[in-house]
Unconditional design. Structure first.
Length: 101
């Protein structure tokens, strides 16, 4: 099997604990990381545990987003092309308004 090397910076204590746990389960740390990367590719998701606490900034941004959605100020798109056309129109309108002034 071909392999590639990934160099990452990790807190030494976290690495040591992860290696110990992997060994307890009969796995190498490389096997654990490979599986995590495969899961990430397959699901396009990253799972965080409840131990992760959101920052006040994130909580405020989420609150504002919910308010925007309720007020109808949010726009969603079913296809990337539609989003790009929308942005192109916004840019064109901005340019036109600058030239009027």
């Amino acid at each position: 099997m071909n392999t590639a090397v990934i160099n990452i910076k990790v807190n030494p204590l976290i690495k040591k604990k992860a290696q110990s746990l992997a060994e307890e389960l009969g796995l190498s740390l490389s096997a654990v990381i490979n599986r995590l990367l495969k899961h990430f590719i397959q699901t396009k998701t990253i799972v965080f545990t409840a131990k992760e606490e959101p920052t006040e900034y994130l909580l405020q941004a989420l609150k504002e987003s919910k308010e925007d959605i309720k007020a109808g100020r949010a726009i969603s798109f079913t296809k990337p092309e539609k989003a790009l056309r929308f942005l192109d129109k916004m840019i064109d309108n901005e340019r036109k308004s600058r030239h009027k002034d």
